[in-house]
Design a protein around this ligand. Structure first.
Ligand code: PMP
Length: 289
């Protein structure tokens, strides 16, 4: 349990960090959030995470009652007070207290809280030998419904797919778009490697613009690997030479089977391993913006 939680402007003990049952974040999943990593005391891409948070808030007409600079400071204060050197930060903005009705304009004060704690990672074995995933029956939200580019507090779409993964005894599930093309996983972006090129769905697909996704694309380019943002299908995944996932918690994790079918030779591929190593090197001296 963390020592303190940042709640609406001050650090309080966890037992005092409570939100109202009338908060629309709870009543309707009305809010936005970020998950951020701390590596050796440095907060990876904090500025980029804050920008994504403000962008998502703007898209749902939620006014964050602090400036980016103030939240930047609040995050650092929370990390320092909890003496987190390697860990995870959860930054949440809720619509705030309203009443039993959807109208967000009746909520006057958005709620803000920040939790900084240590993190449980996927076991090392998964990075060495790869992860099995399945394709979920649950489709990723259509961009015209709840745009997955908004990291909203309403994760039921992903949770339905995660339930399918847990029932199939695998850690992640691939989610297709409503037109059958590949979108992303429940908490990670997906990449395939084909003919030496690294390919990921473009941001026009129903996906979160993952910050790890962006970093990995930059690392691949810097290593002279061709990077393409391209719409592809599940058959392209099955036929790929390699497949891997990226995410703040997962980092770069090889996928070796999809729906029980081996990808490539069924072992983590050379390009994936190279990018994983480059990512490890990057976070050893994590860039903060
Ligand atoms: N897609 C979804 C649905 C996510 O929740 C996340 C974050 N866990 C990602 C992709 C990866 O994004 P990031 O690299 O910014 O963590």
């Amino acid at each position: 349990m963390p020592k303190s939680i940042w709640l609406n402007g001050k650090l309080v003990p966890p037992a005092e960090a409570t939100v109202s049952v009338f908060d629309h974040g709870l009543l309707y999943g009305d809010g936005v959030f970020e998950g951020i990593r701390v590596y050796s005391g440095k907060i990876l891409k904090l500025r980029t995470h804050l920008e994504r948070l403000y962008d998502g808030a703007r898209r749902i007409e939620l006014t964050i009652p602090h400036t980016i600079a103030q939240l930047d400071e609040a995050v650092r204060e929370t990390v320092a007070d909890n003496a987190i050197v390697d860990g995870y930060i959860r930054l949440c903005i809720t619509r705030g207290v309203g009443y039993l009705g959807l109208n967000p304009y009746l909520c006057d004060n958005p709620g803000v809280f920040i939790i900084a704690d240590t993190i449980t990672l996927y076991p090392q074995e998964m990075y060495d030998n790869g992860m099995p995933i399945i394709t979920a029956k649950t489709r990723r939200n259509d961009v015209r419904a709840v745009d997955p580019a908004i990291k909203s507090m309403n994760y039921l779409n992903n949770i339905r797919a995660k339930i399918e993964a847990v029932k199939a005894d695998v850690p992640e599930a691939l989610m297709l778009a409503t037109d059958d093309t590949v979108a992303e996983c429940t908490g990670d972006n997906i990449f395939i490697v084909s003919g030496g090129a690294v390919i990921t769905p473009p941001l026009s697909q129903p996906v979160l613009p993952g910050i790890t996704r962006g970093l990995v694309m930059e690392l691949a380019q810097a290593a002279g690997i061709e990077v393409r943002e391209e719409v592809f299908t599940l058959d392209d995944v099955y036929a790929a030479d390699e497949c891997f996932l990226t995410g703040t918690a997962a980092e770069v994790v090889p996928v070796t089977t999809v729906d029980g079918k081996a990808i490539g030779d069924g072992k983590p591929g050379a390009v994936t391993q190279r990018l994983n190593a480059a990512f490890r090197e990057l976070v050893a001296d994590a860039p903060e913006d």
